[in-house]
Design a binder for this molecule. Sequence first.
Ligand SMILES: NC(=O)c1ccc[n+]([C@@H]2O[C@H](COP(=O)([O-])OP(=O)(O)OC[C@H]3O[C@@H](n4cnc5c(N)ncnc54)[C@H](OP(=O)(O)O)[C@@H]3O)[C@@H](O)[C@H]2O)c1
Length: 306
Amino acid sequence: MTEKSKILVVGGTGYIGKFIVKASAEAGHPTFVLVRESTVSHPEKSKLIDSFKSSGVTLLYGDLNDHESLVKAVKEVDVVISTLGGQQIDDQLKLITAIKEAGNIKRFLPSEFGLDVDHHNAVEPAASFLNKKVNIRRTIEAEGIPYTYVCSYAFSGYFLSTFGQQNVTAPPRDKVVILGNGNVNAIFVSEEDVGTYTIKAVDDPRTLNKTLYLRPPSNILSFNQLVSLWEEKIKTTLEKIYIPEDQLLKNIQESSFPTNFILALSHAMLVREVSTTNDPSSGVEGSEIYPEVKYTSVDNYLDAFV
Ligand SMILES: NC(=O)c1ccc[n+]([C@@H]2O[C@H](COP(=O)([O-])OP(=O)(O)OC[C@H]3O[C@@H](n4cnc5c(N)ncnc54)[C@H](OP(=O)(O)O)[C@@H]3O)[C@@H](O)[C@H]2O)c1
């Protein structure tokens, strides 16, 4: 058996990063996390860091703004996964510089984990945000760094826990706001599954210099289908308030950050159709190449909220 690659997660203490760290350690990869020293004493994050340590994860102290620390960390491993947050997308250029200097990286997965940014239909301010990820892709390619881009669409935990409704903490039980006509296909993937599929891809030649799309067939459904599924589960018919696309676009223009950003991303994910097919020369479908993964269906995911 070939040895499993050593993986460094940069941003492993973040929202999606912790799932990727967990999946990496569980899959038996020697797993390293770049951690800022100040984060170790953070009350909530210190618990997460302790859980990393007890899973055998190695902490490497460093910071995106400390070039030497990045090069040193990168030299320890074979694969780098960035799960840096939305505020740090451009800063990944610093990580790319370190990867180039270290010269040993077999695969780099930049912070993506959303829409296919090369084919988005987003309006501002989401468009500029997604275009930053495009810029990172083009830099990686220009530098000749081996890569995989993971497109995982909407995280179930983010979206299904509230159905994207404002100021709520659970799925709706009386009324629901539906953006657009609700007939456009959206894609939901649980955070655990994002971790599992991402880690499977790192040593896989089929995902080398490709996009890994995560579009599990049972999890492609329109908002109207999602609402019907939920209504069946809670045995209630919800009042439906539709926001037509032109009204939504007006709301985006008239609201300020972060509401305009959240609405524009929701518009791109729920109102503009996302493609569910891909060109095999540039991308592969995770649920096809890893049929052994028993992913969490939207149907099952919603059961936890009934
Ligand atoms: N598809 C979806 O539904 C969805 C939803 C959310 C996010 N995303 C995407 O997922 C990706 C990750 O986002 P996220 O929300 O998980 O990120 P996040 O929670 O904001 O985590 C950011 C991570 O970056 C680390 N970090 C920040 N500044 C750093 C620095 N100077 N040096 C080293 N580390 C630093 C943070 O460390 P500390 O712990 O030290 O602060 C943390 O680990 C993004 O590309 C985002 O667009 C997708």
